[in-house]
Design a protein around this ligand. Structure first.
Ligand code: T46
Length: 317
């Protein structure tokens, strides 16, 4: 109840509420008190306060319409204007998603925002949440009369904590986001197209499966071959080195790809049994394109560097 004034403050703050479905400006002290009392019944809706280290209320994060049988719930979050851009939203969101999947055992969490709500759309897109299609009619019904909504959905097992997206490249290779479309209650579909989504024509697809946990593969580089590596199932650790030192990344999200376009030494460690590594490659298989000896790779890179410096020097003259 101590939080009531701080809750009421954001409800009457137009900068917070302007793109929200509910008209909070009419809410009174009594309405908020009633909401808090009702929030103790956690059967259908679960509301939690996001608080600062000093225990001040900063926002509310919710799971609504919890459907244990169908394994789904709707997510909602609102934070005060003084809590924006400070990490409170991300903290509240990930805590709530963890709770939905680990404690409640749900299989999907979905939500929508008005496309006009640029702040919210930017936040969800920045964190690589996938836009959902095929929202079931019973859910859409609750939003009847509202158009221009953008729907999102997270499925159990999605790696929303992933640090992968904090970086754009690794060992000179691009970390790319593979377009992924979740369907509420029916999994997700990821796709990429040659030359538009990845910068080469695909002449070969191969995948590596049935590898026991703890096994390493790779230990080679390619001279010309371009590839995109992705892990649609499980967890695989990649060690990449383009001659400037080793860099590492864990692939566990089907919507993350690593595009390798230059000679890069690679090692792959299977962190979970049955993880699958898929590769889209620019050329047919050619044994001569492999450099399987580390010393030879270092010589190859050194030579390529010297030749490149020579070309640049010529261009300068
Ligand atoms: C790579 C990493 C990520 C073929 O006959 N055709 C093929 O298309 C491929 C890819 C392999 N092979 C043969 C060559 C070997 O006799 O399959 C055998 C196993 O290949 P390798 O030991 O090279 O597998 P990995 O897992 O070490 O490396 C593979 C790819 O070969 C390589 O290009 O970048 O995955």
């Amino acid at each position: 109840m101590r939080d009531v004034p701080r809750i009421l403050e954001w409800m009457h703050d137009k900068s917070v509420t302007k793109d929200l479905k509910t008209n909070f400006s009419v809410f009174t002290m009594e309405d908020v008190e009633r909401f808090i009392l009702q929030s103790r019944d956690t059967h259908l809706n679960l509301h939690k306060a996001i608080v600062s280290d000093l225990d001040e209320y900063m926002g509310t994060v919710s799971l609504k319409e919890i459907n244990q049988k169908g394994g789904s719930a709707e997510f909602a979050i609102t934070v005060r204007s003084d809590a924006m851009t400070k990490g409170y939203s991300w903290f509240g969101m990930t805590e709530m998603l963890d709770l939905a999947f680990s404690e409640l055992g749900l299989s999907s969490v979905y939500w929508c925002v008005s496309r006009k709500n640029e702040r919210a759309v930017h936040f969800y897109d920045k964190h690589h949440f996938h836009e959902a299609v095929d929202i079931p009619q019973n859910i859409l019904k609750r939003y009847e009369g509202l158009d221009n909504l953008k729907w999102y959905s997270v499925l159990a097992g999605d790696d929303y904590h992933s640090e992968v997206y904090n970086h754009k490249t690794i060992a000179g290779c691009k970390i790319v986001s593979i377009k992924t479309i979740p369907t509420v209650g029916a999994g997700e579909l990821s796709f990429f197209e040659a030359e538009t989504d990845i910068p080469f024509q695909i002449k070969r697809i191969y995948y590596i499966s049935k590898v026991p946990e703890g096994i390493r593969r790779g230990f080679h580089a390619h001279k010309e071959l371009k590839q995109m590596l992705f892990c649609p199932y499980g967890k695989i650790h990649l060690v990449l080195d383009n001659g400037n030192g080793r860099e590492e990344i864990t692939l566990s999200d089907p919507s993350v790809g690593i595009v390798i376009e230059q000679p890069v030494w690679r090692e792959m460690l299977w962190m979970e049994k049955d993880s699958v590594l898929c590769v889209a490659a620019s050329e047919h298989y050619k044994a001569e394109d492999y450099i399987r000896d580390r010393t030879q790779f270092d010589i190859y890179i050194k030579k390529a560097k010297t030749e490149n410096e020579g070309v640049e020097a010529d261009a300068a003259i």
